[in-house]
Design a protein around this ligand. Structure first.
Ligand SMILES: Cc1ncc(COP(=O)(O)O)c(C=O)c1O
Length: 371
């Protein structure tokens, strides 16, 4: 198989562990193993006594139970645990798609969500999020006009990386209705769910549509990326069976200790999500202040959900050059639009970390020195 480089990972490979000031991360503030285990009495003891053998391919039964309880209509058999969110993206695309199929993907979006399909030989159409100056907009009516007889899959990431846009329940229902009418699968990446700034809970897409596949993960809203635990949920158990047979070739099963810690974390889901939402809200105030001060240089569309926002820069310099100089000379990491194969003077900023204010102040000094 031939596949293009994953631009974001290549860029992060260069800077994520060497640049001192990370101002673009998409995962929320992390926690220690001890902090998670302390959330339940006896958990530490049980964890230390765990064996380290192989685990069940679809995932630990207790973990599948707690994941299914996040949904309105799922049972453990509707859940397959994977290594992070990247593994199921790769596996589901490979199980569902064939050369010549057509997919429609929301855009901009996390690269693997269309790149794997492209590597299979699918034709990829972009369903663009539109910058309306003060908000991002996804035109649901446009979706139906893009459907062809060979359209096999619609791909959505909501809350979206990089724009921070999120769909509302009625918009999700409209997507489900269109997909149902044309009998098309929908892969709905929901890895940033649970940290909506309006605090209105959206349904999971798999609860709305029988051919919907919800993607969830511990990495982002929970800030526990090191666990490498993600999952897919769907009512289509035949598809889940195929995904498991694919998983036999990718990871076989997940890490037992990670499954255990994920189970404890998800049982305390509200506590962790509320903590992370509060960090984002605090950081958002600082971001608001900063971008108000430099209105002529940047247009900041506030995120509706999740820890990332996509900022338009009005400085007369290519965005890639701006970001490269920022990291090479000043150690501050932002992500330029090029990483998303997206045209325009945008960069991604991350609002989920505790050192956001400090790093934003460093950025302020650089901007001050330029003006
Ligand atoms: C939208 C989206 N989906 C999937 C992933 C992959 O998540 P993980 O690193 O947990 O595999 C990411 C990571 O940035 C993402 O932003």
């Amino acid at each position: 198989m031939k596949i293009n480089d994953f631009k974001l990972e290549v860029y992060f490979g260069k800077y994520e562990f060497s640049a001192p000031y990370l101002l673009t991360q998409s995962d929320c503030a992390s926690m220690t193993i001890e902090e998670i285990l302390n959330m339940e009495e006896g958990a530490k003891d049980s964890f230390m006594k765990m064996g380290l053998g192989y685990t069940e391919v679809p995932g630990n039964p207790e973990l599948r139970e707690v994941i299914s309880s996040l949904y309105d209509t799922m049972v453990p058999d509707n859940i397959v645990v994977h290594a992070g969110a990247q593994e199921p993206i790769f596996n589901i695309m490979n199980v569902l798609l064939e050369e010549g199929d057509h997919i429609i993907t929301q855009f901009p979006i996390y690269q693997s969500l269309f790149e794997v399909a492209s590597s299979i030989g699918c034709d990829v159409s972009r369903w663009n999020l539109i910058d309306q100056g003060d908000r991002w907009n996804l035109n649901i009516d446009e979706l139906e006009t893009m459907i062809r007889p060979e359209t096999k899959l619609i791909v959505v990431n909501s809350p979206n990386n990089p724009t921070g846009h999120t769909l509302k329940r009625n918009e999700m229902e409209r997507i489900a209705k269109i997909a149902r009418k044309h009998d098309i699968y929908v892969f709905f990446d929901e890895v940033y769910k649970g940290i909506e700034l309006d605090q209105v809970k959206r349904p999971w897409f798999a609860d709305l549509y029988d051919k919907g596949i919800s993607l969830g993960v511990m990495s982002k809203s929970y800030g526990l990326a090191g666990l490498r635990i993600g999952w897919i949920a769907s009512k289509d158990t035949e598809l889940l069976e195929k995904a498991m047979r694919m998983k036999h070739y990718t990871s076989i099963c997940s890490s037992g200790p990670s499954e255990y810690i994920s189970t404890i974390a998800l049982r305390n889901s509200d506590k962790i999500l509320n903590k992370n939402l509060q960090i984002i809200k605090d950081n958002l105030e600082s971001a608001r202040e900063f971008f108000n001060e430099y209105k002529s240089l940047f247009n900041f569309i506030e995120p509706m959900a999740g820890p990332v926002a996509y900022v338009k820069m009005n400085i007369d310099k290519p965005i890639e050059e701006f970001c490269n100089e920022l990291v090479e000379k000043h150690g501050i990491l932002l992500l330029p639009a090029e990483i998303y194969s997206h045209e325009g003077q945008y960069f991604r900023i991350g609002l989920g970390r505790k050192d956001f204010k400090e790093n934003l102040n460093r950025f302020r000094k650089v901007i001050e020195s330029m003006t």
